[in-house]
Design a protein around this ligand. Structure first.
Ligand SMILES: [Mn+2]
Length: 424
């Protein structure tokens, strides 16, 4: 399905007067509003290829209809999102779920939708059909060198696909760990993982980054070999300048102070990328901003402060991606909501009065510091985000237009009701 630009324009026209009123109201109170708007226009969040179909819990999967059946249809779906919000201009592929056959054709298709290829993701947490050795007891940590080699070779293959597509980063998430005390020698497991990653690192093109993702638990429940940001940072430091830690919001123990983790990783120059999602209990993969929007804002507050302190470009110096699975909602609606939640949190962080906050901190004025942060958080910045998306050619309200245009109904007509997209 192609979204004609005139339909977006028509829709925007019907909303223009009401939008202008709201925008002018908020713009008046913001210093350097043009600068904030430009940052919002530039900011792009990558959509993972596995989030476009209804995902699964460990117990069942309920297909939603009209799901993308091929990598081409996945690109088309991300293209639809991007046409609507102009804030999701990249796609992140997972190998082997999305192995491109014709690189040139895929790249052309992506370019037609204004999309680039974000990080490529390897998978050594499942056995694939025809795979000689099993990852049941881990991949890069495995006691058998032959299994480790298989995992290394897979990552090298993923890099080769990425190079062909113009991607510039590899994300490695390992499910490696143990379920029972005594099962693993922690030190050997870590050492094997490091040595395996070193071989992958050696194959990285010069302009590439490798992101080492951590996760506290699941699928292993006693130990995870890269279980927290300390273990990831240790690996990234040992690997070298092209290796970074990746923070997935759902991969922490309950109540972890993620904003503090972000701040210190940025200080060390070792924060590489982000996976957005939200959770109530663990790695729930719920819509970003649906459960803890204040935490999301606090994280962005540290991101903006920390990136500015290092003179980093907000839009391009970190990898921004959504990492979610959807059970109940239309995945495209869910992704539109997630992108919007991220844009809102980012906009709120951009309008924090940093000079006043620094002053309050220096004076130990705790109440004032809290007021400054909450003043930004409680500002309705939606018209600001909408203005940026309008200027970039998107819709003033992407989700509303998505429904008006009956996009899902159209996709079901095109692709059928019983389509199942590859992924979890
Ligand atoms: Mn992730």
């Amino acid at each position: 399905m192609q979204l004609e630009k005139y339909k977006i324009d028509e829709f925007n026209h019907t909303q223009q007067a009401s939008h202008n009123r709201k925008f002018e109201f908020i713009a008046e109170g913001i210093a350097q509003v043009e600068d904030v708007l430009q940052k919002l226009v530039n900011f792009q969040i990558a959509i993972p290829s596995w989030a476009l179909g209804t995902g699964a819990t460990r117990f069942g999967r309920f297909a939603g209809g009209g799901e993308p059946r091929t990598i081409e249809e996945k690109i088309e779906d991300v293209g639809l999102l991007h046409a609507l919000n102009r804030s999701s201009g990249a796609i992140s592929l997972h190998i082997p779920w999305d192995i491109p056959q014709d690189y040139k054709a895929i790249k052309t298709l992506a370019a037609q939708h204004g999309l680039t290829f974000d990080a490529v993701n390897s998978n050594t947490f499942q056995d694939q059909p025809g795979q000689p050795l099993s990852y049941k007891f881990g991949s890069m940590q495995h006691v058998d060198k032959a299994v480790r080699q298989q995992a290394i070779d897979h990552n090298l293959e993923v890099i080769r696909h990425g190079v062909e597509l113009g991607s510039e980063s590899l994300t490695v998430w390992l499910a490696d760990g143990s379920c029972f005390p005594g099962q693993l020698n922690f030190r050997k497991a870590f050492q094997n993982t490091l040595e395996s990653l070193q071989e992958v690192y050696a194959a990285l093109p010069e302009n590439w980054k490798v992101y080492v993702e951590y996760k506290a638990f699941e699928p292993n429940f006693y130990s995870t070999t890269i279980g927290d940001w300390g273990q990831s940072l240790l690996l990234a430091n040992k690997l070298g300048a092209q290796a970074y830690t990746l923070v997935d919001l759902g991969h922490h123990l309950p109540n972890a102070n993620i904003e503090q983790i972000v701040s210190l990783l940025l200080m060390e120059g070792k924060l590489g990328g982000f996976h957005f999602n939200d959770s109530k209990y663990a790695d729930d993969d719920l819509t970003t901003g649906s459960i803890k929007p204040y935490q999301l804002f606090l994280i962005f507050n540290e991101l903006v402060e920390g990136m500015d302190a290092r003179g980093m470009n907000h839009a391009t110096d970190l990898g921004w991606m959504i990492d979610q699975a959807h059970n109940l909602k239309d995945p495209l609606e869910d992704l539109l909501q997630s992108v919007q939640a991220i844009m809102i949190a980012y906009a709120q962080a951009l309008i924090v009065d940093r000079t006043a906050l620094t002053e309050a901190q220096q004076q130990n004025d705790v109440a004032r510091a809290q007021e400054i942060l909450q003043d930004a958080f409680r500002t309705d910045v939606r018209p600001l985000v909408a203005e940026a998306q309008l200027r970039a050619g998107g819709a003033v309200n992407a989700l509303e237009l998505y429904r008006q245009l009956k996009v899902r109904e159209n996709l079901i007509q095109e692709r059928g009701l019983k389509t199942v997209s590859t992924g979890l």
